[in-house]
Design a binder for this molecule. Structure first.
Ligand SMILES: NC(=O)c1ccc[n+]([C@@H]2O[C@H](COP(=O)([O-])OP(=O)(O)OC[C@H]3O[C@@H](n4cnc5c(N)ncnc54)[C@H](O)[C@@H]3O)[C@@H](O)[C@H]2O)c1
Length: 336
């Protein structure tokens, strides 16, 4: 099997991808890295690979099979399309782009250039999500009814030193930065989003972008649910997602999985008081979802797997997110 030659563009968060590649956990090697900030030259020296401040020069002068792009969202399309023109496969960090027009450009460009475009929605590789999908597919959860997702973080002032994080037109705000993961998970588990409403607050920091938002969602298949998202709140509870089904419900956090399954058929009782039930708990070894995603991306390039998050998927997740953003800004119900 041919060893995949990888480059990384954008090295702040992208440094984590660099670390995963050089850890040699899969069939790939680091060929080059790029960032407009020359300080990252030291990272190139550390790993013995060429460093470029101009990623186009990297594309012209280095033979690479695939690239991981971790630049700010408003430049995803420009950088992604340039890589595709060189026949380079792209793992684009989430969100696919900051506008649907840019998402379309990336999708069209990947098809025209005959390269893979995978979007970095790495929670699709989370063990709890993988188990939930499996249990849905084999009927253990029954019909999906609804969900509730807690998504709370506490970010300090250092995080907002990059100005793009405080402004909406450059892709800032926890909805686009973090909520996109929650929206992608709910789409992956529950189905495509149809109608949304949302209320936001920015009272803590006073930036243009929200710091807290409460969201209601209805999916095309009738599943309904809510998301509470904040990047100025301590984590209140050690779990993130609940998914409620007709046969059982699951609670997931990044290291455990919990399924509550009444042992009787609902027809046998007028109301299930939860007395006779099976509770299954799995403590799972914490895995690096980014590493799993990268390993999978290499398998896609080698023809051994299909993309788990295609460009179209990334666009649908962005579309749901933009509908929530519109609902949040207008305080109106929005249907996609
Ligand atoms: N999947 C995840 O868990 C996760 C986590 C964090 C960030 N991200 C995503 O990664 C991307 C980067 O996020 P970040 O937090 O590192 O942003 P950042 O603004 O902190 O860093 C972006 C880096 O890209 C560089 N850059 C900007 N324009 C460039 C260009 N044209 N060519 C080369 N380099 C360029 C900057 O100098 C900077 O080093 C975003 O899309 C973000 O949503 C994903």
């Amino acid at each position: 099997m041919k060893r995949i030659s990888l480059a990384v563009i954008g090295l702040r968060f992208g440094a984590r991808h660099v670390q995963n590649i050089v850890s040699k956990g899969f069939d790939a090697e680091l060929a080059a890295i790029s960032d407009i900030n020359p300080d990252y030259a030291a990272l190139g020296k550390e790993h013995g690979v060429p460093f470029y401040t101009d990623y186009k020069e990297m594309l012209r002068t280095t033979k690479i099979d695939a690239v991981i792009i971790a630049v700010p969202p408003h430049v995803h399309a420009e950088v992604g399309m340039a890589c595709m023109e060189y026949g380079v496969h792209v793992l684009m960090e989430k969100p696919i782009a900051s506008t649907l027009e840019d998402a379309d450009k990336l999708i069209e460009s990947a098809a025209r250039c005959g390269v893979h475009l995978e979007i970095g929605h790495m929670y699709r590789f989370d063990k709890g999500i993988e188990m939930t999908k499996l249990k849905l597919e084999n009927g253990e959860i029954g019909q999906m009814i609804g969900f509730h997702i807690f998504s709370t973080y506490l970010k300090g002032p250092g995080y907002f030193k990059q100005e793009w994080r405080t402004k909406r037109n450059t892709g800032g705000g926890p909805l686009l930065t973090n909520g996109i993961h929650d929206i992608d998970r709910l789409r992956y588990v529950c189905g495509d989003v149809e109608t949304v409403s949302a209320l936001m607050s920015n009272k803590e920091r006073g930036f243009e972008v929200e710091d807290t938002v409460s969201i209601s969602v209805k999916c095309k298949n009738g599943v309904v649910g809510t998301i509470f998202l904040s990047d100025c709140s301590h984590r209140a509870l050690p779990y993130t997602d609940f998914y409620f089904g007709t046969k059982s419900s699951v609670m997931i956090n990044s290291s455990s999985y919990y399924i509550d399954d009444p042992l009787h058929e609902i027809e046998q009782v007028s109301w299930d008081y939860g007395v006779n039930r099976r509770i299954e708990r799995h403590e799972m070894k914490r895995e690096d979802n980014h590493m799993k995603e990268l390993r999978h991306f290499c398998q896609v390039i080698q023809g051994q797997a299909s993309p788990r998050t295609t460009g179209e998927d990334g666009k649908k997740t962005l579309q749901a997110l933009l509908a929530i953003q519109e609902a949040m800004l207008t305080e109106r119900v929005v249907t996609i």
